[in-house]
Design a protein around this ligand. Structure first.
Ligand code: ATP
Ligand code: MG
Length: 560
């Protein structure tokens, strides 16, 4: 499916107006600023599509900035995964790859500048005391006894903080704003704290680290970002970012402006990094890229096409409304994309043997079958019909209801692309389990159309018992079976779907499927879309898992 033009969202409207009015010298610069403390998820995809998408559409630049101000939590593995995910989603930061840690020196200088202008001070209250002095929504804060330290003393202490003379928590640098402000972010927010921690890029060079609220807006300004697009929880922080920008001398006309939109929430899905981390660390899943995870790496491995994620993000739009999107919309976008892009082949997941009794022993009938039934010019492969084949156990019923168009005793069905068969015997073991079916074929129905033109409704997929390849296949389902995982429970883990992974160990695949490259998705006719796993597959022996089920697959085939 091609990408669709959608109505302009409110952020795009703002940008278009700014560009038309020649603001920022006609420049557009956005950025996507993840903290490298986990893998990106589908919520981040919304922000990526918005920031990179707008820059692409309106001839701007979008930077990728790793917001690595918190040394104890960040790892290089996460940085690499973030870069890979943004690229895979189809976006390009050009020369604009930055780290907040690139600005540690500049940010330090800005902090010194604020001390010199009397707008920051070193506080020596303990963290608990700072919290207590801060007050809350109902109580105004109280000034710290250290608030009126002289500029000289502040400069000296801050420099010694940087030099490593103090222990963690002994001092912090705070902005001097307003301890009774109704906006709690204004009650002398901390700007720098002491952390004797190794940083993934700056090593042991620093033992003071800027707080997110101090670093974030200023990093945008340093890069020349014009439109700082972020999620609504930062709305209350905007005045603080503006305060810092003004305090270090950025003019109104020459600084970033922040616009907030609502986060993406999905039914049956958790998205907070803390929860995703828990799933990984406590081994409820195989890892960050487990195909059941809502991470970009998981969705990619699952077989969700990048275009389907982009289309989904377009369709849900960008607003300020809080809400939860039905995960079905994402799945719908995935089916739309896979329906057009996936070749169709045959596999039997739960095999039932069929012996075609009037088929000559050792005989092989070959049939050409298109890979894309909707456009046969895209190629085909040869199917081999042999005396013994497999069909799906579910496709046979001994006592069938009236509208049963699949196989049952004395009924005739079509084997997809091959011929018509009629069941005349059901073979059972001593326990009464069906072990095989005996059928006859109509040699005058090659290709599936009988010579006398009689109508046969049912069409089954099948695989030759001689030529087919035995395989295990994983069937994935939603990771949680609650609409809002964790709601009303002590722990969201209680809502894990115990059946989110079903291992099928004796599937039979048509041999052509052995040529599918790892990472590629195909349709197993009537069963769903399946992807050759990019982690477990070895060259020549792909391992398949189900990406997503088909909608109404049976109804469609029955009409043919
Ligand atoms: P989480 O709460 O999942 O840990 P986060 O906001 O802490 O996410 P960051 O790495 O700080 O994660 O996010 C980078 C960017 O992605 C931010 O601009 C943030 O607003 C945006 N973002 C994160 N989650 C979502 C979401 N669910 N929907 C839209 N944007 C999101
Ligand atoms: Mg965050």
């Amino acid at each position: 499916m091609s990408e669709v033009e959608h109505p302009v969202n409110f952020v795009e409207e703002i940008i278009r107006t700014d560009l038309a009015e020649g603001k920022n010298d006609g420049r557009l610069m956005t950025r996507f600023p993840p903290e490298p403390n986990g893998y990106l998820h589908i919520g981040h995809a919304k922000s990526i599509c918005l920031n990179f998408g707008l820059a692409k559409k309106l001839n701007g630049q979008c930077n990728l900035r790793l917001d690595d101000t918190n040394p104890s939590k960040e790892e290089t593995e996460y940085v690499e995964s973030i870069k890979a995910d943004v690229k895979w989603l189809g976006f390009d930061w050009g020369d604009g790859l930055y780290f907040a840690s690139d600005y540690f020196t500049k940010l330090y200088e800005m902090a010194v500048q604020l001390i010199k202008s009397g707008k920051a001070y070193v506080d020596s209250l303990s963290p608990e005391e700072i919290r207590e002095y801060r007050g809350d929504f109902h109580t105004p804060g109280r000034p710290s006894p250290y608030r009126e330290r002289s500029i000289e003393e502040n400069l000296d202490l801050f420099e010694r903080m940087k030099a490593g003379e103090f222990k963690e928590g002994e001092h912090v640098l705070r902005a001097k704003i307003d301890m009774s402000s109704a906006n709690l972010n204004f009650r002398d927010p901390p700007m720098y704290r002491i952390l004797h921690a190794h940083h993934h890029r700056t090593g042991n060079e620093w033992c003071i680290y800027p707080m997110y609220d101090f670093a974030h807006g200023l990093s945008d300004a340093i890069e020349g970002v014009t439109h700082s697009i972020c999620t609504l929880e930062f709305e209350d922080h905007r005045p603080l970012y503006d305060w810092f920008l003004e305090a270090v001398g950025y003019q109104e006309s020459n600084r970033p402006h922040q616009y907030e939109f609502s986060r993406l929430n999905l039914t049956y899905t958790v998205m907070s990094k803390r929860k995703l981390q828990r799933l990984v660390f406590d081994q409820h899943v195989e890892g960050w890229n487990d195909p059941r995870m809502p991470t970009i790496a998981g969705l990619r491995r699952r077989g969700y096409p990048a275009a389907s994620i982009r289309n989904f993000c377009e369709r849900i739009g960008v607003t300020k409304n809080h809400g939860v999107i039905d995960v079905g919309h994402l799945e719908h976008a995935v089916r739309d994309e896979l329906n057009a892009s996936s070749p169709r082949l045959m596999a039997v997941l739960k095999p039932l043997k069929v012996v075609i009794t009037n088929f000559p022993d050792g005989h092989v009938e070959s049939f050409e079958a298109p890979l894309y039934p909707s456009d046969e010019s895209f190629g085909s492969r040869i199917l081999h019909l042999t005396k013994e084949i497999y069909i799906e156990q579910d496709d046979f019923m001994e006592e069938a209801p009236k509208k049963w168009f699949r196989l049952s005793p004395n009924k005739e069905v079509r084997l997809r692309y091959a011929c018509l068969i009629t069941c005349h015997d059901v073979v059972k073991d001593e326990q009464g389990n069906i072990t095989e079916l005996h059928c006859t074929w109509d040699p005058n129905s090659k290709g599936g159309t009988p010579a006398d033109g009689r109508k046969v409704k049912g069409t089954l997929h099948w695989v030759s018992a001689d030529k087919g390849v035995k395989a295990s296949v994983k069937l994935y389902d939603r990771l949680f079976n609650a609409l809002n995982p964790g709601k009303g429970k002590d722990d969201f883990i209680e809502d894990l779907n115990p059946n989110s992974l079903e291992m099928i160990s004796n599937a039979v695949l048509e041999p052509e499927l052995m040529n599918i490259e790892a990472g590629k998705t195909v349709q197993f006719e009537r069963l769903g879309y399946f992807t050759a796993d990019s982690v477990d597959s070895v060259p020549g022996t792909p391992t398949f898992h189900r990406t997503i089920t088909l909608k109404d697959s049976w109804a469609k085939l029955a009409k043919k």
